[in-house]
Design a binder for this molecule. Sequence first.
Ligand code: F0G
Length: 457
Amino acid sequence: MPRTIIEPFRIKSVEPISWTTRLQREQLLRAAYYNLFLLPADDVLIDLLTDSGTGAMSTHQWAAMMEGDESYAGSRSFERFRSSVQDIFGYKHVIPTHQGRAAERILFRVMCKKGDVVPNNTHFDTTRANVEFVGAEAVDLVIAEGRQPSLKHPFKGNMDVAALDVLIQKVGRERVPLVMLTVTNNSGGGQPVSMENVKAVSAVCRKHGIPLYFDACRFAENSYFIKIREQGYEKKAPKEIAQEMFSYGDGCTMSAKKDGLANIGGFLCTNDDLLAQQEKNLLILTEGYPTYGGLAGRDLEAVAVGIQEALHEDYLEYRIASTAYLGNHIAEQGVPIVQPPGGHAIYIDARAFLPHIPPDYFPAVALANELYLEGGIRSVEIGTLMFGATAKMDLVRLAIPRRVYTQSHIDYVVEVILEVWKKREQIHGMKLTYEAPFLRHFTAKLEPVEVLTAARH
Ligand code: F0G
């Protein structure tokens, strides 16, 4: 009998979490205008809003932080950071940034102009916003299977290679300054990209002379999926797989708040000397000198250790198993989720969960609110509130912070979701009472509304 996959760590420092009563949560929700972003974090019991910057650091990371060299220029911590990044990613230039979106802003500012087109499997929202901010168009080319929540496929994050080739020929090579691949594909359900697909995308890019960049936030989780799902990689270490994957590209953007196992940090890499110079010039303008890029020396140390730890096989085995554990336990009872479970999160299909609530009554907001009300769990809507009427799906994302919650926390989450599943027919839709002109989901105000019968009209 295979043994239970356990957390490959023991707990040295604990942070209490707070219980609230249902009545308190009713009041707290009302005071937060039914928008979970507006809740004080202290009133959340299990916080699955994001896996970004919320991970627990190891003893090695905390020890390394004490070694942080806070010199303005030429810091020893930068040397350690660069050599750790180069060991895995292999790119010539390593530019530290305070988080992923700072790397994106600099990359697109330097490489793109108005009228350009940037293909990606699926752009994350900050990536899309940064592409559009410089007047370029962000195009999502994930394979058709990646757009169907209930369909199982081992690599639903793959890019449609033929569609990429057609797009480049249609708009012309000069208008495509770079191609991006997001590993794993966050907006598409945390689904991985196969090595075969990376190679095929890289070949199309080479054919047209276009550089390939990775949005590498969850590179370690993607590498592990390749190990367990792709033929020929079973015996390889996750690090070797990551090294091979990055060898097919020309650079990357990275948020170290995910698979960097750090609370803040990121970087931008490139093999291109001229671009690196321009990127560093822009970095100095707004982020900081190129040997710290807006981070403290101690942050660089935490990332240097974290990106290596994220590739440890026992950690990745536990990480992927614990996400799947949550997904499988709710799916077995009929809860509709994006299949198969992703690396960092489980996505509940709220349109299938609440078929009586039409998309314009925000079914995923309604469900996220109900999970909080029932058990103090905070999740996030990825759907009509976030993307407007063009949203193709209404999902509730339950993102799992790294090394933070134990199996009994996850068991509790499963119980709460199943309680809500039983009462699903009584859940009301929501309507907006305030919205900001852009990125409205962060500050929107809502209220519950009777739409139990709306679908029947
Ligand atoms: N790319 C992807 C795929 C991401 O998931 C994120 C952040 C970023 C880029 C931007 O990185 O936050 O360090 O600036 N995702 C977080 C999330 C916020 O909750 O999924 P950042």
